[in-house]
Design a protein around this ligand. Sequence first.
Ligand code: ZN
Length: 146
Amino acid sequence: MNKKTAYILIAEAEKVLKNAYVPVSDYPVGAAILTDDDMIFQGCNTESVISGLGSCAERNAVSHAIAHGKYRYKALAVVSKDKKMIKPCGACLQVLYEMTQISKNDIDIVYTDSDGEIRIESVKTILKSTIGPEDLGKELGSYRNR
Ligand SMILES: [Zn+2]
């Protein structure tokens, strides 16, 4: 992934920070996912005052892309309101790992470090070992071919 694309993804993720629904944490997070055909879908975090019902920006970006029939991705950017370093949580990494098996490639995670520098690490670099649908014998072809 080149830096120009990384900056574009970060900018797209920043656009949805203002829409985050965060009555519990007051900590908006934005995400933008890049599909294999270069479309971008955004997501922001959503919470509920009922404990445990929230959903992260990253998974919401994936859900947004899936709602548009997009299952194969190249990269995802994540940003926070205070521009501190933020990376996907374990639950989001698990979902993104699953999507690497559909995409048949690793997915880059784009974020800024505490100095504001853009960093890029892949899902499989951050989440070194887990299982996905292929490991459970699931057939993913119907999702790859859409
Ligand atoms: Zn998460």
